[in-house]
Design a protein around this ligand. Structure first.
Ligand code: FUB
Length: 352
């Protein structure tokens, strides 16, 4: 039987020429895609999309071929700066605003500038980013700018109490902001499972019959620069109210958290990592608990899958990446598709 990853690698069938939001044309001979890369002059991944001042801004990772050999901790994802992209409309022209933050200007950073996110409050834009410190431990940093496209100036130290990767900042309708974060395996979340940092815990595979490791959530301070509380677990339960287990690789949290609110419900979405799904769970509070609902997107071409969900002019969109341009795991390209819901609010599964 194929694993999903093997399935993707073998799925060379018909090509569907992209027309932007999911309607496709067919041609024979190669792989099929539901959308086209938003830019091709640089490699981009992990797109966190936001609407600021009526315009779409995308905060992606900037993938490069740094020549670092691949290992199971993701050393080959050796990114060194961020470029911010913007669009006036979906399928419109995409502008690359150049380098918004360089690793050399983050005083505490060691290596690997991974998936960022952004937020706006009271005239300031905040760029949140994970990077390994000089001891090779992932921490979250924050940088500020008066413009959504930067340049951003990094705070001198990481956010106290932060760890692991993939920050996603959600501002609720009452104005309170929360950071969701975490990623297992190369994202180091498992190393914090006992409360302090244990560098030898390499994967989550040791405890398959126990509740899976959880993403974390912490409310941000009014000035958006600190955690206002110790991070809490983002619990994902099955329909019987039982926590998903470590061995439930098709459904458990791996990395790439995102939060959005629709019709008063909180939608926590994430990547299942080694099974390559984008999945979601819903709850009645930004802290959860969340009940697993299903798959938002089937596996993309590539190992990683990472997304954001945003409303623009009354429609919802999912930004994501695959490796259409390069065929290489660490050289990705961002894309966008419309996200459709059923009348009960559930999300229709996308085949990317
Ligand atoms: O881009 C590096 C890592 O790959 C991200 O932090 C993960 O979410 C995965 O997409």
């Amino acid at each position: 039987m194929f694993t999903p990853y093997q399935f993707i690698s073998c799925a060379v069938t018909l090509v569907l020429l992209n027309t932007g939001t999911g309607t496709c044309q067919k041609a024979a001979g190669s792989q099929s895609y539901a959308a086209k890369p938003l830019v091709s002059h640089i490699y981009t991944a992990d797109p966190s999309a936001h609407v600021f001042n009526g315009k779409i801004y995308i905060y992606p990772s900037h993938d490069i071929d740094a020549g670092v050999p691949e290992d199971d901790q993701g050393a080959h994802f050796a990114m060194r700066d961020y470029h911010i992209l913007s669009m006036d409309k979906i399928n419109g022209k995409v502008t690359d605003h150049g380098v918004a933050l360089d690793i050399k200007n983050i005083p505490w950073a060691g290596r690997q500038l991974w998936a960022p996110d952004a937020a706006y409050k009271n005239g300031t834009y905040y760029l949140y980013f994970p990077v390994k410190d000089k001891q090779d431990v992932f921490r979250m940093g924050v940088a500020t700018s008066k413009s959504p496209t930067g340049p951003f100036k990094a705070e001198p130290k990481p956010i106290e109490g932060s760890y692991s990767i993939d920050p996603a900042v959600f501002t609720d309708t009452d104005g309170k902001s929360y950071m969701y974060f975490g990623g297992i395996w190369g994202g180091q979340l498992q190393r914090w499972s006992a409360g302090t940092y244990k560098p030898n815990l390499k994967t989550d595979l040791e405890k398959p019959n126990e509740p899976a490791l959880s993403a974390k959530v912490a409310r941000l301070s009014n000035n958006m620069l600190h955690f206002d509380e110790p991070p809490k677990d983002v619990k994902i339960l099955d329909k019987n109210g039982k926590p998903l287990l470590g061995k439930d690789n098709d459904r458990r949290f791996f990395e790439g958290a995102w939060m959005h609110k629709y019709n008063g419900k909180y939608y926590f979405s994430y990547s299942t990592g080694d099974t390559h799904y984008l999945a979601y769970a819903t709850g009645n509070s930004p802290y959860g608990p969340f009940t697993y609902q299903g798959v938002i997107m089937n596996p993309v071409k590539g190992w990683t899958t990472h997304h954001s969900i945003v409303e623009f002019n009354g429609k919802w969109y999912i930004f994501y990446h695959d490796v259409e341009l390069s065929g290489k795991t660490h050289l990705r390209n961002v894309k966008v598709l419309e996200l459709k819901r059923k009348p009960d609010g559930s999300i229709e599964t996308i085949n990317p």
